[in-house]
Design a protein around this ligand. Structure first.
Ligand SMILES: Cc1cc2nc3c(=O)[nH]c(=O)nc-3n(C[C@H](O)[C@H](O)[C@H](O)COP(=O)(O)O)c2cc1C
Length: 213
């Protein structure tokens, strides 16, 4: 089965969406042909529409931006809908969604997943289900919480189940996941992570708190 994986982060490296995409592609890749479509590359969209036409499944993986979807993702959805109208096409697709956010609670991603669900209803795509991931920022490759850590056990299990659902083009209710650690520990790790990023850019913790006048 051909799967179009829509990459909704504007980042070109070290994104959490990219990390989740690679994980899903590793799970799905054996039996399926996965095509990663980087939505920030607007010049490629016409080609992307054709890839989606040939696919049976769309998997959107994106970050949460201001309680919604990044603007270029919304723009892509608008233009794909217009493409379908102009071409008189009715897609026969099942769509799955994974949104990750910075806040602790996975439920923060609810509005973004509902935006996708409403769009599916509007353009006649079957909505397969979504997963909203809390503390996504801490899903960095190996720092400070490795994906293999106990705090991500449920997430790993749910992504495995999601893969199995995608392979049969099934549907399920949306799911929202917090990491399996206390909020205070999570916040401490987040602070550590930002200090780490600051150090990498020659910023001290003190400089990170400087406010503009
Ligand atoms: C412009 C912008 C807006 C964001 N808005 C939210 C938000 O409303 N809620 C939240 O929990 N995280 C928010 N975040 C944090 C991102 O969702 C989070 O860092 C995510 O892990 C980034 O994923 P990515 O690496 O795949 O881009 C925002 C980040 C940016 C850059």
């Amino acid at each position: 089965m051909q799967i179009a994986i829509l990459d909704g982060t504007p980042k070109f490296k070290e994104s959490r969406s990219g990390y989740l995409i690679n994980h899903m592609e590793n799970l799905l890749g054996g039996n399926n042909e996965c095509h990663q479509l980087k939505l920030i590359r607007k010049s490629q969209w016409q080609q992307y529409y054709k890839t989606i036409d040939e696919s049976e499944v769309i998997l959107l993986v994106a970050p949460l931006y201001v309680d919604g979807l990044p603007s270029h993702v919304l723009d892509f959805m608008y233009h794909y809908e217009k493409y379908l109208k102009d071409e008189g096409k009715t897609p026969n697709l099942v769509m799955y969604t994974i949104i990750n956010c910075g806040f602790y609670e996975g439920i923060q991603n609810k509005i973004a997943i509902e935006i996708v669900n409403n769009w599916c209803n509007k353009i006649g795509i079957t909505k397969g289900g979504g997963i909203g991931i809390g503390a996504g920022t801490l899903l960095a490759t190996d720092k400070p919480i490795p994906f293999t850590a106990a705090s991500r056990k449920t997430l790993k299990e749910e992504l495995q189940k999601f893969k199995e659902l995608i392979e049969v083009k099934g549907t399920k209710d949306d799911l929202y996941l917090n990491p399996q650690m206390s909020r205070s520990k999570c916040m401490r790790l987040s602070d550590m992570y930002w200090y780490f990023c600051g150090f990498a850019n020659r910023l001290t913790p003190k400089k990170l708190y400087v406010k503009r006048q």
